[in-house]
Design a protein around this ligand. Structure first.
Ligand code: ATP
Length: 365
């Protein structure tokens, strides 16, 4: 039996609390199955509810403790009724992204049998791709929270799209590494650089660095697509793609489009990875409209816990953690295939608890 992994746990607000508990339950079942101990948790108070009570959005030493753990797991943060004094949303997790340089936003997009499919073409059943969204610069460099807009008058506003060599180099290495890993797991491992290099100097630079990094990975097939054509192709033939690497804003838009193709927010897992810290969370918010009703689909959180175990397997050099991650993926896949997973989000009869118990049972089988 190995050492227990240390997880910083921020359950947050609304359904974040329920889906984080669900993910922990399934993760512990998978770890037990491969002979690993339960993780040690550092519960960190943060979010809109905490802000309302404590007047701050995360515990005093919360950010540091989050960075000290082997990985951070987050449920969801934010409540429409609670705002900072300036009227913006409570969002301590955005500071975590900045503080720890979580540049690699990983969004898997996968079609499961019996889950909703929005495309009539039967090949849509084979959708299985990953969008890698750079998450610290690009057009979000100018996000309002950073106060960096160049000209702000009543007549003109400019936002900056910033691409830097260090971040882009790391991003592309991460993309090729991800493609290699997927290729080892029997997928095509083709990597597509999505940009607008025909129009923007910043995007030509993004592609230039892609081509430089590419020379180190002769085993990986590459492709190029302009972002507008990529939007078209994600509807016309998403089954043709495996890994897409792109700038922050393009990735923000394309990952929601792609997520919509395979169901909805309750399936959207997400990893945000930097050089030494990884944060894992479902891509959805706190869903205030369904709080406390056992209606939330916990699968995005559960699949995010799988991404976390996969990350930890590499970080800590422990293959059993990768095996546990695989167990979670397989349980979700076979659960849908056997029609044992019927989340209410898709019109089914199973609430958060029932879905969680079912996935745990499949993991243990
Ligand atoms: P944020 O800006 O924090 O992402 P949001 O208000 O844009 O939050 P969500 O909180 O994700 O979005 O909710 C959007 C819609 O999706 C809501 O109707 C919500 O009920 C639904 N939803 C989100 N997550 C789930 C889930 N896990 N299961 C079922 N429905 C969900």
């Amino acid at each position: 039996m190995g050492y227990a992994i240390n997880v910083a746990l921020i359950k947050g607000d609304g359904i974040g609390v329920d889906v984080a508990s669900a993910a922990i339950h399934v993760m512990e079942a998978a770890l037990a199955k491969v002979g690993e101990p339960k993780p040690a948790y550092d519960n960190i108070q943060a979010g809109a509810g905490y802000y309302r009570e404590a007047g701050r959005d995360i515990e005093v030493d919360g950010e540091k403790r989050a960075g000290d753990a082997d990985a951070i797991f987050l449920g969801a943060i934010g409540l429409p009724s609670v705002r900072y004094a300036d009227g913006t949303e409570v969002s301590p997790h955005l500071r975590l992204r900045d503080r720890f340089g979580l540049y690699a936003g990983v969004r898997p997009v996968k079609a499961y049998p019996n889950a909703p499919q929005r495309l009539a073409d039967p090949r849509a059943r084979a959708i299985d791709l990953v969008i890698l969204r750079e998450s610290t610069e690009g057009l979000f460099y100018s996000a309002a929270a950073h106060g960096r807009s160049l000209v702000v008058t009543d007549d003109e506003v400019q936002d900056v799209l910033r691409i830097t060599r260090p971040t882009t180099t790391r991003l592309h290495h991460f993309a090729f590494g991800l493609a290699q890993k997927r290729k080892q797991r029997g997928k095509s491992g083709k990597l597509t650089c999505v940009d607008k290099a025909n129009v923007f100097t910043s995007m030509a630079f993004f592609r230039k660095i892609f081509d430089e990094v590419r020379t180190g990975y002769p085993d990986i097939e590459v492709g190029y697509n302009y972002v507008d054509a990529q939007a078209l192709d994600l509807v016309r033939k998403p089954w043709d793609f495996d890994v897409l690497v792109t700038e922050n804003m393009f990735g923000d838009i394309l990952s929601d489009l792609a997520g919509g193709l395979v169901g909805g927010m309750g399936m959207a897992a997400c990893a945000e990875i930097g050089d030494s810290v990884g944060l894992f969370q479902p891509a959805h918010g706190s869903a205030p409209d369904i709080i406390g009703q056992d209606k939330a689909n916990p699968l995005a959180a559960i699949l995010s816990a799988g991404l976390m175990l996969d990350y930890l397997a590499e970080k800590l050099g422990n293959q059993r953690l990768a095996d546990a991650a695989m167990l979670i993926d397989e349980a979700v896949d076979s659960g849908f295939a056997q029609n044992l997973l019927r989340p209410m989000e898709f019109g089914g009869d199973m609430g958060t608890i029932a879905v969680t118990e079912q996935v745990a049972t499949l993991v243990e089988a």
